[in-house]
Design a protein around this ligand. Structure first.
Ligand SMILES: Cc1cc2nc3c(=O)[nH]c(=O)nc-3n(C[C@H](O)[C@H](O)[C@H](O)COP(=O)(O)OP(=O)(O)OC[C@H]3O[C@@H](n4cnc5c(N)ncnc54)[C@H](O)[C@@H]3O)c2cc1C
Length: 350
């Protein structure tokens, strides 16, 4: 895509169509840039394939030059219709950059670190059912894992339950606050992990990590693991649908989801189905304690409801990814918590 676009632009520039846009000497520099950006030929600025493409024949020893035999580019029309160029853009976004940190062992190692240090005060399997307030205290009522009811009373409460769940909980807050809690929708999203007996994408195809973008929105992205290279097994992300496609996926049985994912991957890798020995899929909008992947604020919601939720209602403070501009990222949850704790600290100190 970059090659063809650079070739077309170079043609226009060389014909003088854009002369009025260049300062003195800039036209030649711009053509140099296009030649470099699009991997164009020296003399006539043509795109005929590029070093960046996988060669049909890899460079070898002796009389095997390899790099001289780049594979033939796909026709422009095919590339346009595939829309793969959308991906070139997305990897330049702030939150999709190429250098991203991954905790060893997976994203949940971050909360696991908090749990390690806070274990004595965390109560697991306690489902919050009601939050009530007096002028001097907040009481959180719950049912625990054994069905026992109980409550905790404190001076203040910082509540990090997602708004999608919180709107179904009995809350003693102002009508304005309650309305604001209902003022945001949550992302429909799903994933499936497919465990493979062998890492055929590495051993047979020399692909180490990365994504396969699929135009069926129920599949969306197939992702290959970026850790454990050349080890025995591996888990592939078999689909990652959003919105209506995620709703469609989540209406399928677990077996049907797996079959759907395998059929899609099979079109890309001939080893896919035979190598599979297990799967696990999840639809976040159907998990009772998530009810969605992350908050999706509209511009209107940000203006009308968001500011209300940033302020405490009585002695109740909210925090979480939903109260940040980094929704869908742990960083959003952590930054939001810092902000709310700072407010609470200031108030308590006063
Ligand atoms: C598919 C997907 C991929 C993601 N990928 C990444 C990623 O690669 N990197 C990244 O940084 N972030 C990622 N995120 C986002 C990240 O998971 C969230 O931003 C983060 O977990 C939000 O933290 P939080 O504390 O606001 O909410 P949560 O982590 O949702 O915490 C809320 C807690 O409240 C609990 N709860 C809910 N209801 C009740 C109740 N009634 N009583 C008691 N407890 C309750 C829940 O069980 C949960 O533990 C991803 C999210 C999804 C869905």
């Amino acid at each position: 895509m970059r090659g063809y676009a650079a070739e077309m632009l170079a043609k226009q520039v060389r014909q003088g169509a854009l002369d009025s846009d260049f300062g003195a000497g800039d036209k030649e520099l711009f053509l140099d840039y296009l030649r470099s950006e699009g991997f164009l030929t020296r003399g006539d600025f043509k795109y005929i394939g590029a070093e960046g493409r996988s060669p049909d024949i890899n460079p070898g020893a002796g009389l095997d030059p390899g790099p001289g035999k780049e594979s033939k580019p796909y026709p422009l029309g095919d590339i346009l219709k595939s829309r793969t160029w959308q991906t070139l853009r997305s990897i330049s976004n702030l939150d999709q950059q190429r250098t991203m940190f991954e905790p060893i062992g997976g994203m949940d190692r971050l909360p696991a670190g908090f749990v390690r240090n806070m274990k004595p005060i965390i109560k697991l399997q306690h489902v919050v059912e009601k939050i009530s307030q007096t002028p001097t205290s907040v009481t959180v009522a719950y049912t625990d894992g054994k069905g026992q009811k109980g409550s905790i009373t404190a001076d203040y409460c910082v509540c990090t339950i997602p708004l999608s769940v919180l709107r179904g909980i009995d809350l003693q807050v102002s009508p304005k606050f309650k309305e604001a809690i209902g003022g945001v929708s949550y992302a429909l999203v799903g994933k499936i992990g497919l465990q493979m007996k062998e890492r055929f994408w590495e051993t047979n195809h020399q692909i180490y990590g990365g994504h396969v973008y699929v135009d069926d929105p129920v599949i969306g992205t197939i992702s290959l693991p970026s850790t454990g290279w050349l080890s025995q097994k591996g888990v592939i992300l078999g689909f990652y649908p959003h919105g209506a496609a995620a709703a469609r996926m989540s209406g399928m049985t677990l077996a049907a989801r797996k079959a759907y994912a395998l059929a899609a991957g099979q079109k890309v890798f001939p080893e896919y189905t035979a190598a599979n020995d297990g799967s696990f899929s999840i639809a976040w909008h159907r998990v009772p304690f998530n009810m969605g992947g992350w908050a999706e604020w509209t511009e209107e919601g940000r203006a009308k409801y968001y500011p209300t939720l940033l302020e405490p209602d009585g002695r109740l403070y909210l925090a979480g990814e939903h109260l940040s501009y980094l929704t869908g990222w742990q960083e959003g949850g952590i930054e939001s918590a810092w902000q709310q704790i700072a407010k609470l600290h200031k108030r308590a100190m006063a």
